[in-house]
Every structure is written in structure tokens, then in C-alpha cells.
Write a protein that binds this ligand. Structure first.
Ligand SMILES: C[S@@+](CC[C@H](N)C(=O)[O-])C[C@H]1O[C@@H](n2cnc3c(N)ncnc32)[C@H](O)[C@@H]1O
Length: 393
């Protein structure tokens, strides 16, 4: 058993045992938020902050251990593990995940990125095949530069000569595709981690025409974002490298038995987020087949089916975890507070022979509530993370 008394500082409130596990509520990592590395600053639907993996990596692993995230998204766990001198395995069924994560687990220098950008020709004339869907988002000259960059990256990838500098540029460009500030390639649009449909964008353009339809300099914006991402890069990079997979989290055959020290992850919450639809422009830029990815993703509206799917994944966790290895599984409340995912997860963990240790509720608005029902009510709509901590004994 782990020592739960050491889970946090003195102010941690032990609330009640529910489902036979203790529930703790505290501001576990809020205070540290501004200290996290600029390397995390890439948007992604439903991502967690670097503070979450930092907290568990610090508590439950040593340098050199393998940290695994089966639903990696933008790769917050892999980047944080690298920053802390751990090895990692980063898996996501969507190959976009590795495109966003891998370059930040071994970041190049600013000077090298700038030099490579200079060498990339962006004045190529390419056929107007997808332009109808893309012109609602981009000034025609920006679109031409973007298509030329996409073509360059595709040729490099297909010829097997894409290197870390190309992959860094691909990652930054993918991140800059849409957003509502001047730092993005697009016209004014919805938040950066969500691309709306071309039809919806046409409506946004009508509504926000006063913001202008400006040309954006693709290379200049990539450089600007590169500079801000690399701001906190340690002089001596502590990363030990790792493995990127895009398997179903229930079938990760590339991971050896008993090889993982710590799992840190957050699954899709039922069918709440449209991971593929919202990323359609990112898929286009990277020549990914969004329809094929969509078919494979776990997107289930039925709580029963979702629990079963998690059950299969927990059996896989049992296989890959070392004896004594730990897991931190972040869930949330869905259906406007009517479904608490931890209630669905706990029985499945137990069936998979994993031992739930605690439910940690990280809350920015820490309230001293005496029972778990009160906590659930109090935390509605506040900024919380709910993490089930478990162990393979
Ligand atoms: C909540 S997000 C993870 C966000 C991540 N914690 C981060 O900080 O970016 C869930 C991820 O699970 C992925 N996913 C969905 N179904 C999957 C499956 N069956 N196996 C592996 N990954 C899956 C989605 O593509 C999505 O990126």
C-alpha cells in the first residue's frame, strides 16, 4: 500500500470513504501552475495541464523509470516525463498526437529551426484542390504558403528524410492553423483547439468582418511560436527519450509485460469531445484520414459500454504495469453532473485486479466540506480534476 498521509500537504482534507476508498480534496498543484514549462503551450481538446503529470511523476517515480500515457492527446505526460528525466511511452489512437508531442520531447535550438525555415520554398503554386473549404479560413496568399509548407513536409516524410527540424516545424504549423489572435494563420475564428466547419467559418467571417481578412506570414508566425515554446527549455536537456504508439489503448502489443512504473492519463469522457471532427484542419494539414481515425476512436454515449471499454483497457494496464507500479486516471463529471465517471471506473479497476487507493479531487476553490456529496455539489462548474489513484500490488 502507498502512504496516503504523504499524498499532499497538511491541509489535505480527508473526506469520506466511498466505494471503499478514501477521497481527498486539496489544491494539489494549483499554486505551481505558473512554474510549468512553456514547452506545454500547445492547444488540444480536453488536455490537462503539466502540473498534473508533474505531481504524480514526482511522487511515484524515479529518474529513468517508464511513464506511460495510453490516451496521450497533445503529449502532456511525455513532455513532462522528459523534463523530469524519465523515459516515456506515449500512445494515442490518433496519429496527430505524436505529431504534436514528439518534437517537444527532444526540442531543437531556435537557431536551427530558423535556418531550416529559411531553406523551405513557400512560393510554389499548387493545384486548388481543397481551396473551397480552406479559403473561408485563410487569406489566399497565406493559403498558398501553407499549402507549399504542407507539400514540402509531405515530400520529406514520404522520402524518409523528415528530421527533427521538419517535425518541429510541422508541430508548430499544426498548432497555428486556427485561432482568434494575430499569432494564428487563420482569420478570426473559434478557440485554437477547435476547427469549425467551412460553412460555420463563413458565418463567423460575416459577423467579425470588422477584424479584417489579413495576410499572415507563415514563416514569421512559426518562428514567433517557436521562440515562446522554447523559452523555458533547459540548457542541458534532461529527456531520456521514449516510444510513440498509435494503438487502441486496450491492445498495446508493442509494450512489454511488467515494464511501466507509472500510468498517467485521461480517457475520452463518454462522447463529450469530437476529437476528430474538431481537428479536421489539423488532419488535412498532416494528410491524415480523419474518417478512418474517427472509426477507431472510443466515443461512447452509453455509460455501460464506456465502462466495459475501460475494463478492457484496465486489463491491459495490469499487463504492462510493474508489480507495485501506480496509475493516476483522471476522470470528470459528465451529463451536467448526473454521471460521475469515477463511479463507473472503480468496479472495472477492481475486476481487472488493480487496487484503487484514493480519489484525489484537485480544486482551485478548496471548500472544507464534510462529506463527498457536499463536495460533488460544491465543485459543480469549478475548475477541478478528479483522479483515481490505483496500484498493481
Ligand atoms: C482527454 S484526451 C487526452 C488529453 C491528454 N491528457 C492531453 O493532455 O493532451 C483523450 C485522447 O484519447 C484518444 N483516444 C480515444 N480513443 C482511444 C483509444 N481507444 N485508444 C487510444 N487513444 C484513444 C483521443 O484521440 C484523445 O486524444
Amino acid at each position: 500500500m502507498i502512504d496516503l498521509d504523504n499524498i499532499s500537504n497538511q491541509q489535505t482534507e480527508f473526506i469520506k470513504t466511498e466505494n471503499h476508498i478514501p477521497v481527498y480534496q486539496d489544491e494539489f498543484w494549483t499554486a505551481k501552475q505558473r512554474q510549468m514549462s512553456s514547452l506545454h503551450e500547445i492547444s488540444y481538446r480536453a488536455c490537462f495541464k503539466g502540473e498534473l503529470p508533474h505531481f504524480f511523476i514526482d511522487k511515484y517515480s524515479q529518474e529513468g523509470d517508464v511513464i506511460y500515457d495510453p490516451f496521450a492527446g497533445r503529449g502532456t505526460t511525455a513532455v513532462q516525463a522528459s523534463l523530469m528525466g524519465r523515459r516515456f511511452i506515449s500512445n494515442d489512437i490518433n496519429p496527430l498526437s505524436a505529431i504534436l508531442a514528439e518534437p517537444r520531447t527532444n526540442p531543437p535550438s531556435f537557431a536551427a529551426v530558423a535556418k531550416r525555415l529559411e531553406q523551405i520554398p513557400l512560393d510554389l503554386e499548387l493545384p486548388p484542390e481543397d481551396d473551397q473549404d480552406l479559403l473561408p479560413f485563410y487569406h489566399p496568399e497565406t493559403l498558398q504558403e501553407l499549402k507549399a509548407l504542407r507539400y514540402y513536409l509531405q515530400v520529406k516524410r514520404a522520402s524518409g528524410t523528415e528530421d527533427i527540424l521538419d517535425r518541429w516545424i510541422r508541430m508548430v504549423a499544426t498548432n497555428r492553423l486556427t485561432g482568434h489572435s494575430s499569432g494564428f494563420f487563420s482569420y478570426y475564428t473559434m478557440p485554437p483547439n477547435l476547427a469549425v466547419s467551412p460553412e460555420r467559418q463563413k458565418k463567423i467571417n460575416l459577423k467579425y468582418s470588422h477584424k479584417g481578412f489579413l495576410y499572415k506570414d507563415v514563416k514569421a508566425l512559426i518562428l514567433k511560436k517557436t521562440k515562446s515554446l522554447l523559452k523555458d527549455k533547459p540548457e542541458n536537456w534532461p529527456g531520456l527519450g521514449g516510444q510513440f504508439l498509435h494503438s487502441d489503448a486496450a491492445q498495446t502489443y508493442a509494450i512489454a509485460d511488467n515494464s511501466v512504473k507509472l500510468i498517467i492519463t485521461s480517457p475520452p469522457f463518454l462522447d463529450q469531445v469530437q476529437y476528430v471532427k474538431d481537428n479536421w484542419l489539423r488532419c488535412w494539414f498532416n494528410h491524415l484520414d480523419a474518417d478512418q481515425i474517427e472509426k477507431r476512436i472510443t466515443h461512447l454515449s452509453s455509460p455501460e459500454k464506456w465502462s466495459q471499454a475501460m475494463g478492457q483497457i484496465f486489463r491491459e494496464f495490469y499487463r504492462v504495469l510493474q508489480p507495485g507500479g501506480m496509475g493516476a486516471f483522471e476522470v470528470g463529471e459528465v451529463r451536467k453532473g448526473k454521471v460521475y465517471l469515477e463511479d463507473l471506473v472503480l468496479p472495472e479497476l477492481i475486476k481487472a485486479d488493480l487496487v484503487p487507493q484514493a480519489l484525489l479531487i484537485n480544486s482551485q476553490e478548496f471548500s472544507k466540506t464534510a462529506n463527498i456529496w457536499g463536495v460533488k455539489n460544491n465543485l459543480k462548474g469549478t475548475n477541478t480534476n478528479r483522479i483515481i489513484l490505483f496500484q498493481k500490488e
